[in-house]
Design a protein around this ligand. Structure first.
Ligand code: SF4
Length: 230
């Protein structure tokens, strides 16, 4: 097994910004948004609208700060043993031996998504895409997020047809608490969800606020939100 730090060859700020939504870029004439938005959308889509359309700024929550620190710690530990590589070289090598990488950048211009995969394990037989989460619950939104990484990665594989596995792992542990094969049905489902979010970005529909007052009580946008359910 070899640890590879796959070099990100993209500078996303080189691409034209979207006229309304911060962080969205126009790539090949299509809006391209961060895959993590699919997870936020599951909590409350209206918060995406407040933060990235209206530009509301808040302090990060304690959970966000802890998550960022844990991510940075895991990445620093990985870098102690990893060697730099291009994606092409690492992918080619993985046809013969297992390659592990962290924080690998994926971009899919066709579906209009991009993001960083927490951990990817490429073996001669299959590709395992792992997203680290603070708990052990596979929410529909976290499943959407890891499926979108799978979709973006699949579009980078060319005609290689190795099986892709999506997995959720409890952050800081080896506990994979959910996994599935990224098959045709899951691909179709995630494309539908991605396109639904594109319709919001393209101003073809309104943002949907949650109706769950418990979410609103914990929401960092609560004091700015006219749609809160409390
Ligand atoms: S207060 Fe409620 S409706 Fe408003 S952004 Fe937060 S979670 Fe969504």
């Amino acid at each position: 097994m070899a640890n590879k730090l796959i070099v990100n060859e993209y500078n996303i700020s080189d691409f034209e910004p979207h006229e309304n939504y911060k962080l969205v870029r126009i790539i090949d004439e299509k809006a391209n948004f961060p895959i993590s938005w699919l997870n936020t959308q599951g909590y409350c889509e209206y918060s995406l609208y407040l933060e990235y359309f209206q530009g509301v700024k808040t302090m990060p929550t304690k959970e966000m700060t802890i998550g960022t620190e844990e991510h940075a710690h895991l990445e620093a530990k990985f870098k102690e043993t990893a060697q730099e590589s291009s994606f092409e070289d690492a992918f080619e090598l993985s046809k013969e031996e297992e390659i592990v990488s962290r924080e690998m950048f994926v971009i899919d211009a066709e579906d209009g998504i991009r993001g960083f995969i927490d951990e990817i394990r490429m073996t001669p037989d299959r590709i395992v895409i792992i997203d680290d989460k603070p708990g052990t619950t596979a929410f529909p939104s976290t499943i959407n997020q890891v499926r979108a990484y799978c979709l973006a990665f699949k579009n980078m594989m060319g005609d290689d047809n190795r099986q892709i596995i999506a997995a959720l792992r409890q952050r800081g542990t080896d506990n994979i608490f959910w996994h599935e094969e990224f098959n045709e049905k899951n691909e179709e489902n995630i494309r539908y969800t991605i396109n639904f979010l594109h319709r919001l970005i393209d101003d073809k529909r309104d943002p949907i606020p949650t109706k769950n007052p418990n979410k609103c009580r914990k929401c960092r946008f609560q004091s700015y939100c006219e749609e809160k359910a409390i």
